[in-house]
Design a protein around this ligand. Structure first.
Ligand SMILES: [Zn+2]
Ligand SMILES: [Zn+2]
Length: 166
């Protein structure tokens, strides 16, 4: 995922990449290909690179444990500032490059942002019903025959006491 910038005149450019996830160092839960669409705006002082990542993942639902596939998308923008001085103060979305820089390699950022696209909570569907705690049946496939134990609110203090004694 390399963009040649050495002979780029000022203006807008469009790039697309389609790589195997392994090629940029991604593995499980990522699989198959990762696709990146990038918009590059070059001017005398800077390059603005806006990219959109699309990648397939294999997840296990946090609630029901079923495996499911999903396509994650993530957008990010990085400004590359041309600078004649060496500057170590790179920020997440701002990088300094020298006027002699030939290429920009997207792979490290694409890898990072793909990882960031992984949601904290993985659900096969928004309203996944999960598994029955008693019999383990997947409640998305229908109800089970277990009776959920409901405790009469009036007996709750007693119930608590009983649990303590035990
Ligand atoms: Zn689920
Ligand atoms: Zn059950």
């Amino acid at each position: 995922m390399i963009i040649q910038i050495s002979n780029l005149t000022d203006g807008d450019y469009h790039y697309t990449f389609d790589k195997k996830v392994e090629e940029i160092g991604l593995s499980d839960p990522f699989f198959s290909n990762i696709r990146v669409e990038s918009q590059l705006q070059k001017s005398q002082r800077q390059i603005i690179l806006s990219s959109k990542i699309k990648v397939n993942v294999n997840f296990e639902c946090d609630r029901c444990g079923i495996e499911y596939k999903q396509e994650l998308t993530k957008e990010y923008k990085i400004v590359y500032l041309f600078s004649s001085e060496i500057n170590d103060e790179d920020q997440v979305d701002l990088k300094y490059i020298s006027f002699e820089t030939d290429t920009i390699n997207l792979a490290p950022e694409v890898r990072d942002y793909a990882q960031l696209a992984i949601p904290m909570k993985k659900l096969c569907k928004e309203d996944c019903n999960g598994l029955c705690l008693k019999c383990g049946k997947n409640l998305n496939e229908g109800r089970c025959n277990c009776k959920t134990k409901e405790i009469d609110q009036r007996w709750l203090p007693l119930e608590k006491l009983r649990n303590k004694v035990n």
